[in-house]
Design a protein around this ligand. Structure first.
Ligand SMILES: [Zn+2]
Length: 269
């Protein structure tokens, strides 16, 4: 994401259960997910350097312990999703697991990023990675199994997480989208820092299209209409986070945005 901190990134949001053992513990603008198991928890996204107390607070409000976070994962190596990792690792002792293409960025505190490496406001404490992930790798804790899908372009190691959720005797496919966005200033043609960027975006869209999805989630709540769906939780009707159509529409729309931008850049505009 761009260098400015959006106010809603720091604004607290009520933590809530999404489905099964998956909970939202992020801020209004930055999604974090807690996957709970009797053997400890998995946290996806550490958010800003200042976010750790907010995430801790959300986890405790749900009745869980921050110190039970055993594994820390991210959507991708941008400061709005990973700047808090050093602090969270330090407090919880969680093992940090990151997709190969994002490892250098995470361990350099953002300096190795192809787009934002020279932007001081986008840098953060370098954080050591405990396990390097590759496409298709599984992350297991207790009875939870998450699959890491390499969905590159937005960052070189951008990761879309999938898992199964279980509720009322039914099983659901969960997709947590890494990011399909082409940020302002991204060069899709003649990018010397990331020559294969356009091909990577193509690959990412093929992967997103291929994933079965009942529960549509992502790195920012705005991807899936988090606030509006959260408001519907209270009505006690069907789980609003079950949204396969919303997922399909999102992927289609984002691919169109990518194609429009690619054409524009290929035409030299
Ligand atoms: Zn990003």
């Amino acid at each position: 994401m761009p260098a400015q901190i959006a106010p809603e990134w720091k604004e607290p949001f009520p933590p809530h259960r999404i489905i099964g053992n998956i909970y939202y513990v992020g801020s209004k603008g930055l999604a974090s997910y807690l996957i709970t198991t009797p053997q400890g928890h998995i946290l996806i996204n550490s958010n800003l350097e200042s976010s750790a107390p907010q995430i801790k607070d959300s986890i405790e409000k749900l009745g869980f312990k921050f110190s039970d976070v055993k594994i820390l994962l991210i959507s991708h190596a941008h400061w709005d999703h990973d700047a808090g990792s050093a602090r969270i690792k330090q407090i919880t002792g969680a093992k940090y697991m990151v997709m190969e293409g994002d490892v250098l960025v995470v361990e350099s505190g953002g300096k190795a990023d192809f787009q934002y490496g020279n932007a001081p406001s986008n840098l953060y404490p370098p954080t050591r990675v405990d396990r390097v992930l590759h496409d298709g790798d599984e992350v297991k804790l207790g009875d939870a199994v998450l699959v890491a899908h390499l969905t590159p372009g937005h960052t070189k190691g951008c990761t879309t997480w999938t898992m199964k959720a279980h509720e009322n005797g039914k099983s659901y496919d969960v997709v947590i989208v890494g990011s399909p966005n082409v940020n302002p200033g991204y060069k899709l043609v003649n990018n010397t820092a990331y020559p294969q960027i356009a091909r990577d975006y193509e690959r990412m869209f093929r992967v997103l299209e291929s994933l079965p999805c009942d529960i549509f989630l992502g790195a920012h709540g705005a991807y899936y209409g988090m606030e509006e769906k959260f408001a519907r939780l209270k009505t006690g009707a069907a789980n609003p986070f079950i949204d396969p159509e919303g997922y399909k529409n999102f992927v289609t729309e984002k691919e169109q945005d990518f194609r429009t931008e690619l054409k524009k850049q290929q035409a030299g505009k």
